[in-house]
Design a protein around this ligand. Structure first.
Ligand SMILES: Nc1nc2c(ncn2[C@@H]2O[C@H](COP(=O)(O)OP(=O)(O)OP(=O)(O)O)[C@@H](O)[C@H]2O)c(=O)[nH]1
Ligand SMILES: [Mg+2]
Length: 235
């Protein structure tokens, strides 16, 4: 705790309340992970700014992923994203957060009684579009994928480190727009390597499907790694 907080009882109280909220959230997130583990389901949390291409990527995965999956969608309002996923023949549940800028574990728990646990191998949670708040809330996923799109600029990794520290994979979408923006891919790669060494980064063009195979391979590799962890736990 820094000295400002020590000297200010109001700040101390605020910090304690936030810590309490987060520890309650973490306990619920663990409960969610255990439900997925029990059914041998691997869960990925997708985070990004609004409009980076999370839902479009899921629509493309519906055709490419060699594993059955279901989606829990988070948005402030509307059920548009869940409907887009259902239109692809995939089970989807929409959570509407109202004013909240992120999903939390309590919200995801509300979707679980409806979740098709016996029918899928992978769960995706599409978080509310926001490059800040979702990073602070564990939603019970096993892995986090963070998206940035080319028009957002190559400095986002440096400017939003809290989010990118949480990433197990960074996907740069809208690769088709690289010729029209001064997005320096090498700068983004260097920034990620400095912030979280060894984190993979891949380029995706949702228009042509370029990069989707690499994404599918990464997801399936993590799926296998998760199953191995579960197997070790059983033996
Ligand atoms: N040019 C181009 N457009 C893309 C690509 N991926 C997504 N888009 C477009 O970007 C817009 C936003 O995409 P969404 O998939 O809805 O973005 P999102 O991250 O789900 O947005 P929120 O759920 O609102 O946070 C849509 O018009 C997509 O067609 C891409 O690779 N290239
Ligand atoms: Mg979306």
């Amino acid at each position: 705790m820094n000295s400002d907080i020590k000297q200010n009882p109001h700040l101390t109280h605020r910090v304690q309340v936030i810590e309490k909220i987060l520890s309650k959230n973490n306990a619920m997130a663990q409960e969610i992970r255990e439900s997925f583990d029990k059914h041998k389901i691997t869960c990925f949390n997708l985070m990004s700014s609004p409009g980076s291409g999370k839902t479009t990527t899921l629509e493309n995965l519906a055709e490419k992923l060699p594993a059955k999956f279901a989606v829990i969608e988070g948005d402030l309002e509307t059920s548009r994203d869940a409907q887009r996923i259902r239109d692809k023949g995939i089970w989807a549940f929409q959570l509407q957060t109202g004013r909240a800028c992120h999903l939390d574990a309590g919200m995801v728990l509300k979707a679980l009684p409806h979740f098709p646990f016996d029918e899928v191998e992978i769960a995706f949670i599409e978080n509310v579009g926001n490059l800040v708040c979702p990073a602070s809330y564990d939603v019970g996923s096993h892995y986090n994928i963070v998206f940035i799109s080319v028009p957002e600029g190559d400095d986002k990794i440096e400017k939003y480190p809290v989010m990118f520290r949480k990433a197990d994979l960074v996907v740069i979408t809208k690769a088709d727009l690289l010729p029209y923006f001064d997005f320096d891919l090498e700068r983004a790669k260097r920034a990620l390597e400095e912030l979280k060494p060894g984190t993979p980064i891949l380029l995706l063009n949702n228009r042509t499907g370029e990069g989707i195979e690499e994404l599918v391979n990464w997801i399936m590799e993590k799926r296998r790694a998760h199953l191995q962890i579960l197997q070790k736990g059983e033996s």
